[in-house]
Design a protein around this ligand. Structure first.
Ligand SMILES: Cc1cc2nc3c(=O)[nH]c(=O)nc-3n(C[C@H](O)[C@H](O)[C@H](O)COP(=O)(O)OP(=O)(O)OC[C@H]3O[C@@H](n4cnc5c(N)ncnc54)[C@H](O)[C@@H]3O)c2cc1C
Length: 563
């Protein structure tokens, strides 16, 4: 009997179905010839009435941008196929990333505090055979998505926003002056009777597997297969030994099944969350979720120093995050833009899509507000809102060096060894190098310093990694690395353009603003302002660890992750 099956009495009833469904989806997803539904078409004529300025399809992160644009005075509708409701599992994030909610007036300070379910410190970074690093205030806040989405939804409705819940997006037609969206309310499922609403702009916030994003990718690159996939299995369970600290990334096993397993752990309101994740590709030979779950349950007792029989699983967590070298996705259509996971605006290493959304929300809100005001909604205008970001593209080298191809032979401890060298050198270089990297922000100088330090510390390893990732990846990386240098330089001198931009025509001003924003975000220049607030190292952690006091909010019950 599998470990997963043996835990039936300690697990939610729906767990086996959840695993089965995920595996069925994962199997189909890896097939070469995926069907591509044509959900967007174009008509060269004009729409007469448009009842909305913005139609947001997909409500999870969609409600964030919908609320922000509504606050700017636009008529916004949200279409959500289910109920607009957050998931039970917390989203982990760093504190300063949350300020965007109050800065954009989406939440009051009190509401934001209420949304924080857990707070812990410190977090560990460690790889088998190496030294452990301890960091503070990184991804150490657990946000309660149920509360967060409920508050945003109520405020959106109170301010006159229109929400179509239990209503699926079916089809969109782009006209010269607007967009018509066909929707299928659940009540009409039997009859198949769709309705249509019209607006000026459609935001596709339907996640990684959005039908619009799929059609867009097939048009833009013809390639639907992702270049990389991060697979995640995990759980939130009661009965774990109480530990005040979390793990940001931790490994304690060599490569197995052509996968290097990494772990994350956090105190959670319902117990302790643990994830096991691995960087792979979409090859059909890759393990199934059932196999990964067995490995997760096999290693979990060693990882958390607990017996499986002691655990009560509140929920199992499964997911995979496809990523493409051509990210962010560039919309091929006028009046349609991808936002959130569908846009691919996070690195292939991260599965923090909520965090990525918050980082980009201020610039997206500003730019979309200007675009709507000026009616600059052509595909070229919108592509400038999800531009090429060299700091995302350079991370492909890391993705490749942290994964093993299905037929590749490398030493079983290669990835652990590489990461030990990398993080040791980063730590020596200081917080300004280590902290942004751990928050999925890569910058030119810190990267240059790390690469140089690694080449000096272990030149043989660097040569081995070059062989492991291959010449194509290296050349590609070099191109993006030079791009990162260029963007960093341009971002440094961006302020000198400001007086000249003020004298331009409005549309030119808008284009220049987008260019400046592109350099700032594409070089990781958006990060430095907030760093000062968090850049404090956990002092002498190993000795202090047992007495470290975990911070908790009043309602959080992080200390009770043992029972
Ligand atoms: C196990 C796991 C752990 C994670 N942990 C973190 C974390 O700690 N921190 C973090 O920042 N991120 C985390 N993430 C990532 C985060 O959950 C996602 O980035 C986020 O949910 C993306 O939101 P989205 O709205 O873009 O896409 P989705 O979450 O995929 O939501 C898409 C929405 O669109 C709706 N939709 C889809 N199709 C249609 C349709 N045809 N019509 C109408 N509506 C439709 C769906 O119902 C859904 O509401 C985690 C993800 C997983 C799986």
């Amino acid at each position: 009997m599998s470990l997963f099956t043996s835990l039936r009495s300690q697990s939610p009833a729906e767990a086996p179905m959840q695993l089965e469904r995920m595996d069925a989806f994962w199997k189909v997803y890896r097939q070469e010839n995926q069907a591509i539904a044509q959900v967007v078409d174009i008509k060269q004529s004009k729409l007469v009435d448009k009842e909305f300025d913005v139609i947001v399809c997909g409500g999870t992160l969609g409600i964030f941008i919908a609320s922000a644009l509504q606050r700017c005075g636009w008529r916004v509708a949200v279409i959500e196929q289910g109920l607009l409701r957050g998931r039970a599992q917390e989203w982990n994030i760093s504190r300063q990333e949350l300020n965007v909610f109050t800065e954009l007036n989406l939440l009051t300070e009190a509401e934001l505090e209420q949304a924080i379910a857990t707070v812990y410190n410190p977090a560990r970074v460690g790889f088998q055979g190496g030294k452990e690093l301890w960091v503070k205030d990184i991804l150490n806040i657990g946000i309660d998505p149920i509360y967060l989405l409920e508050v945003l939804k109520q405020k959106f409705l109170d301010a006159g926003g229109i929400l179509f819940e239990q209503t699926g997006f079916k089809q969109a037609t782009v006209y010269d002056n607007g967009i018509s969206v066909e929707i299928l309310p659940k009540r009409s499922l039997d009859s198949g009777g769709t309705e249509s609403i019209r607006g000026r702009l459609l935001l596709d916030v339907m996640g990684h597997f959005s039908a619009i994003a799929k059609q867009a990718r097939s048009q833009v690159s013809g390639n639907l297969k992702p270049d990389g996939v991060c697979m995640v299995v995990g759980s939130c369970a009661k009965g774990m030994p109480s530990k005040p600290y979390g793990d940001l990334i931790y490994s304690f096993t060599p490569i197995q099944r052509q996968c290097q397993y990494f772990w994350e752990a956090f105190p959670a309101r319902d117990g302790r969350t643990t994830y096991m994740f691995t960087y792979v590709d979409a090859d059909p030979m890759r393990p199934s979720f059932t196999e990964l779950m067995e490995d997760y349950l096999f290693w979990l007792p060693k990882y958390q120093e607990v017996k499986l029989e002691q655990l009560q699983f509140e929920r199992f967590l499964l997911g995979f995050f496809p990523s493409y070298k051509q990210n962010p996705l560039q919309t091929p259509w006028h009046r349609i833009l991808q936002v959130g996971d569908s846009s691919g605006m996070q690195s292939p290493l991260s599965f923090g899509g909520f965090g990525a959304m918050l980082r980009h929300l201020p610039r997206l809100t500003d730019s979309l507000n200007s675009a709507l005001a000026g009616d600059w909604l052509t595909s070229a205008d919108l592509r400038s809102l999800q531009p090429y970001q060299p700091n995302l593209s350079v991370t492909w080298l890391f993705q490749k060096s942290m994964s093993v191809a299905v037929n590749q032979q490398i030493e079983a401890d290669r990835i652990n060894y590489l990461l030990n060298v990398t993080f040791t050198e980063m730590e020596k270089l200081g917080d300004r190098v280590l902290y942004p990297f751990l928050q999925d922000v890569v910058q030119f100088m810190p990267l240059a310093q790390t690469m140089l330090a690694m080449s000096i510390a272990d030149p043989v390893l660097v040569i081995k990694i070059m062989k492991q990732v291959g010449g194509g990846t290296l050349l590609d990386w070099l191109k993006h690395y030079l791009g990162l240098g260029l963007y960093s330089g341009l971002n440094q001198v961006a302020d000198t353009f400001a007086p000249a931009i003020a004298n331009l025509l409005p549309e030119q001003q808008y284009q220049w603003q987008n260019r400046l924003t592109k350099w700032r975000y594409g070089s990781g220049g958006d990060y430095h302002k907030s760093l000062a607030k968090t850049c404090e190292k956990f002092p002498d952690v190993i000795d202090d660890r047992p007495t470290t006091k975990m911070e908790t909010t009043e309602k959080a019950n992080c200390g009770a992750d043992s029972q």
